[in-house]
Design a protein around this ligand. Structure first.
Ligand code: HEM
Length: 445
C-alpha cells in the first residue's frame, strides 16, 4: 500500500489555529478533520504533532502494539505534578509493574464495595443543598472529590478533604495555564513553586498514612481502599505508591466531575429524561438503605447507564489524548513518523458521521439493543476511556459513580436547567461545560 506524508495547514493558518486551540480545542479539531481528513500534522520539526480524528483512524492507532508508543516523552508535563514514578508517564516494564500493582485495587469486588458509600455521600451532598438557584458543577466536583478520597484512602483522610481538594486545585490550575508558565524553572514564589509546595504537603499526609498502614499490616482484613491495597501488596516503593495515588486523584477527579456536569446538562435538556430517570431510580433504589445497593442495582439502572454513555460519547473529558510515536507508523494511508506527538481524539471519534447516525443528536436510545454491526461500530468509536492496555484504569469506577450519582439526584431533586441550549465546551486539559450547570433546584416534593 502506498502511504503519503501527513497533510497540514499552512503557516498563517497555524498561527490562527494555535491561538484558538488552547481555549477552545473542539472547533479547531473539527476544522482540521473537515479540511484534512482522518490524520493531519500540526507544528513542525521536533515540535510536530499528528491529530488522529476519524473513528477508523483512531481504531487503527489504538490497535497497534503498546511498544510503538511512549508516554515518558519530552512533551509530557504531567511528571512534574504526579511524579516521575507515576504509571501515566512510564513505559515498558516499569509501566506494567506500576499499573499491575494498582489494577487489583479496582477489581470487581472492590468496586461493588464502594457502591453504598457513593450513594451515602450523594445523599449527604443533597442534604447540604438549599432550595433555589445553584450551579451543579461545583456541587458535583466536591462530591466526586469526596468519593475519590474515601475510595482511595478509606475514612482515614476524610477530615483532610477540604485541604486535599485545595492542594489538588493548584496543580489543575497550573496544567490549564499557558505553556510559557509551565517551562521548568526552580524560582520560588511562582505558580510552579506553589505546585511543588502543595505536592510536598500531600506527600507528608500520605507518608503518615502509609506509616500507619504498615504498623497495622498484620490486620487480617483485606483493605477496602486503594492505598491500603498498595501498601499490603508490597511491590512498589513508598515514592511509587505516593505517585500512583496522586495520579489516580489527578487523572480521576476533574475528568469525572466534568463528565457529571455534561451528563446532568444533557439529561436536563432532553424533555422527559429527568422524569424517566426518576421512575427508574424509584423502581431500582426505592426507599432502601444505601447499604442494600450492589452490582445488581447497577445492572438495573439501564437508562442512567445509557444517558452516561451518550454524554461521554459527545463530551469526553479528554478532547485529545497524547502519546509519542516510537516508530514510523501508517495510519489511514498516511505515515506518522517516529517521535511525533500523536493526539488522538475521543471527541472526533465520538462524533464521526461514518459511524454514528445523526451524530450530534443526544439519543440514549442508540445504546438500547443495538444490532451486531451497530455494537461493533459503537465499540470501536466510543473511546472516552481509550483502549487497553493503556486505557483508563478508573473507567469502571468512574462509570459506576456517574450512574449512581445521576440516578440518586434524579430521584431526590426537582431540577430545571437555567439555559435552553447546549453550552460551549471549555478547557484544553479537561472539557467541561462553559458556565457550569446553572439550575433551579429543590428537594423533591
Ligand atoms: C469519566 C471520567 C474519566 C475519563 C473520561 C477518563 C479518560 C481517560 C483517558 C482517555 C485515558 C488515556 C487513555 C490513553 O491514553 O490511551 C485515561 C487514562 C488514565 N486514567 Fe482516566 N478517565 C476518567 C476517570 C478516571 C478515574 C476515576 C481514575 C482513577 C481512579 C482515572 C485514572 C486514570 C489513569 C491512572 C490513567 C493512565 C493509565 C495508564 O497510563 O496506564 N481516570 N483516562
Amino acid at each position: 500500500m502506498t502511504t503519503h506524508p501527513l497533510p497540514r495547514p499552512g503557516l498563517r493558518d497555524h498561527v490562527r489555529l494555535f491561538r484558538r486551540i488552547t481555549h477552545e480545542p473542539e472547533p479547531v479539531l473539527e476544522e482540521l478533520r473537515e479540511r484534512f481528513g482522518s490524520v493531519c500534522q500540526i507544528g513542525a520539526g521536533p515540535a510536530r504533532g499528528a491529530v488522529v480524528g476519524s473513528a477508523t483512524a483512531v481504531g487503527e492507532l489504538l490497535k497497534r502494539p503498546v511498544e510503538d508508543f511512549r508516554w515518558g516523552h519530552k512533551f509530557n508535563v504531567l511528571g512534574f505534578i504526579v511524579g516521575q514514578g507515576s504509571m501515566i508517564v512510564s513505559d515498558g516494564a516499569d509501566h506494567r509493574r506500576r499499573r499491575g500493582a494498582v489494577q487489583p485495587a479496582f477489581g470487581r469486588r472492590r468496586l461493588q464495595g464502594w457502591i453504598p458509600m457513593i450513594v451515602e455521600r450523594t445523599d449527604a451532598a443533597i442534604a447540604n443543598l438549599d432550595d433555589g438557584t445553584d450551579d451543579l458543577y461545583p456541587f458535583g466536583r466536591d462530591l466526586v472529590f469526596d468519593v475519590a478520597v474515601r475510595a482511595f484512602f478509606g475514612e482515614a483522610l476524610a477530615d483532610h478533604i477540604p485541604e486535599l481538594s485545595r492542594r489538588f486545585e493548584t496543580s489543575q490550575a497550573y496544567l490549564e495555564s499557558s505553556a510559557l508558565r509551565q517551562i521548568p524553572h526552580p524560582f520560588p514564589f511562582t505558580a510552579r513553586a506553589r505546585v511543588r509546595a502543595d505536592r510536598a504537603a500531600i506527600d507528608r499526609l500520605l507518608d503518615g498514612e502509609i506509616r500507619r498502614l504498615r504498623a497495622d499490616a498484620s490486620a487480617e482484613e483485606e483493605p477496602g481502599d486503594v492505598l491500603g491495597t498498595l501498601v499490603r501488596d508490597g511491590s512498589l516503593s513508598d515514592d511509587e505508591i505516593r505517585d500512583q495515588v496522586v495520579t489516580l486523584i489527578g487523572a480521576g477527579y476533574h475528568t469525572t466531575a466534568a463528565s457529571l456536569a455534561w451528563t446532568l446538562t444533557r439529561a436536563l435538556l432532553e424533555p422527559g429524561t429527568w422524569g424517566a430517570l426518576r421512575s427508574e431510580a424509584d423502581e431500582v433504589l426505592g426507599e432502601a438503605d444505601p447499604t442494600a445497593f450492589d452490582a445488581d442495582s447497577l445492572a438495573r439502572l439501564d437508562l442512567a447507564d445509557r444517558v452516561v454513555r451518550e454524554a461521554l460519547r459527545l463530551h469526553p473529558a479528554g478532547v485529545v489524548s497524547p502519546r509519542e510515536s516510537a516508530v514510523d507508523m501508517e495510519i489511514a494511508g498516511h505515515t506518522i513518523p517516529a517521535k511525533t506527538l500523536v493526539l488522538w481524539s475521543p471527541h472526533l471519534a465520538g462524533r464521526d458521521p461514518d459511524v454514528w447516525p445523526d451524530p450530534l443528536r443526544f439519543d440514549p436510545d442508540r445504546w438500547r439493543s443495538p444490532n451486531e454491526d451497530q455494537r461493533r461500530a459503537g465499540d470501536a468509536a466510543w473511546v472516552p476511556f481509550g483502549r487497553p492496555p493503556r486505557n483508563c484504569i478508573g473507567f469502571a469506577f468512574a462509570h459506576m459513580e456517574l450512574v449512581f450519582i445521576l440516578a440518586r439526584l434524579a430521584q431526590r431533586l426537582d431540577v430545571t436547567l437555567v439555559r435552553a441550549d447546549v453550552p460551549r465546551p471549555y478547557g484544553m486539559v479537561v472539557n467541561r461545560p462553559d458556565g457550569g450547570v446553572p439550575v433551579t433546584v429543590r428537594a423533591r416534593r
